[in-house]
Design a protein around this ligand. Structure first.
Ligand code: SF4
Length: 255
C-alpha cells in the first residue's frame, strides 16, 4: 500500500521522519519531546532483573501538533467520550479510565478493563498488575511515558468481572480510534480478552502468545496479562512475557 493513499501510513511516515530529525539534533519544533522507544539499546536483561542504567535516556523527538487528514487526535476522542453512559458499566464506575502515555508511542499496550485502583485514580494499570507492567516495560528499555497504555473497556466491570460482549462492542470503537490516532508500530495485547477483541475471534492465549498477529495492518503481539503473571509467577511465564516483549522491541528497532 502506498503511503500517499493511506492516512495511517502517512502519519507513521511523518512520525518516523520526526524521530529521525530528532536523532539528528533538531530541537526547534514547538512541542516538548516525545520519547522514542527505538532510541534505546536492544534489551539484554531478563524480566525479573532491574532495568539497565541508561537504557531509557530520552532523545528529543518533536511531537506533531496536528494529525494527518482523516486522523483524529486523542483529545478529540476523549472529548467525544465525555461522561460516557453508552453502556451499563457507567452505573458502577467511579471514573472513566481513558488511557495514558505518548500520543507518538511506537507501541501500545492494551488490557481488558480498569480494576479498583484504576477506577479510583482514573489511570490505567496503576495497581499491582500495573506495577508489574511498568517493570515489564522498563525491562526492555522503554519507559512508561514512552508507550501508550489503555484498555478495551474504559470503565471498571463491577467486582472485576470480565466485561460482557455488549459492553465490549459498545466501547470498542473508542479503542480502535485511539489506535488509529496513535498509529503505533506494534500493539501488545495483555491477556486473552484484549487479544480476542482486537483479533475479532476467540483465542487460546497460552497457544497464541508470542505469535505475531495483525490489527489493521499493525503488528500485534498477544502476551499474558500482568495480573495473570502475578497469580502464576513462574519462571516459565516470566520468560514467556520477556520473550514476547523482546520480540516486540526487536521488531520496532528493525522497522
Ligand atoms: S465502558 Fe465504554 S461504552 Fe461503557 S460507559 Fe464506559 S466508556 Fe462508555
Amino acid at each position: 500500500m502506498s503511503a500517499g493513499g493511506d492516512p495511517r501510513a502517512l502519519i507513521r511516515g511523518l512520525k518516523q521522519t520526526l524521530r529521525e530529525l530528532a536523532a539528528e539534533g533538531l530541537d526547534t519544533l514547538p512541542r516538548p519531546p516525545a520519547l522514542p522507544i527505538d532510541a534505546s539499546p536492544a534489551p539484554t536483561a531478563p524480566l525479573d532483573r532491574a532495568p539497565e542504567t541508561g537504557a531509557t535516556a530520552p532523545i528529543a523527538a518533536p511531537v506533531a501538533t496536528t494529525s494527518a487528514p482523516g486522523i483524529e487526535t486523542l483529545e478529540a476522542i476523549r472529548t467525544d467520550l465525555g461522561d460516557c453512559r453508552r453502556c451499563g458499566l457507567c452505573e458502577t464506575r467511579k471514573q472513566l479510565v481513558f488511557g495514558e502515555g505518548s500520543p507518538q508511542a511506537s507501541v501500545v499496550f492494551v488490557g481488558e478493563g480498569p480494576g479498583a485502583d484504576e477506577d479510583r485514580t482514573g489511570r490505567p494499570f496503576v495497581g499491582r498488575a500495573g506495577q508489574l507492567l511498568d517493570k515489564m516495560i522498563e525491562a526492555v528499555g522503554w519507559r512508561r511515558e514512552d508507550v501508550y497504555i489503555c484498555n478495551v473497556v474504559k470503565c471498571r466491570p463491577p467486582g472485576n468481572r470480565n466485561p460482557e460482549q455488549q459492553e465490549i462492542s459498545t466501547c470498542r470503537p473508542f479503542l480502535d480510534r485511539q489506535l488509529r490516532a496513535i498509529a503505533p508500530r506494534a500493539i501488545v495485547t495483555l491477556g486473552k480478552p484484549a487479544a480476542a477483541t482486537l483479533l475479532g475471534r476467540s483465542i487460546a492465549i497460552t497457544r497464541e502468545r508470542g505469535t505475531w498477529r495483525e490489527w489493521e495492518g499493525v503488528p500485534l503481539m498477544p502476551t499474558f496479562h500482568p495480573a495473570y503473571l502475578l497469580r502464576s509467577y513462574t519462571r516459565e511465564n516470566r520468560q514467556a512475557v520477556w520473550d514476547d516483549l523482546r520480540a516486540v522491541r526487536a521488531r520496532i528497532d528493525g522497522s
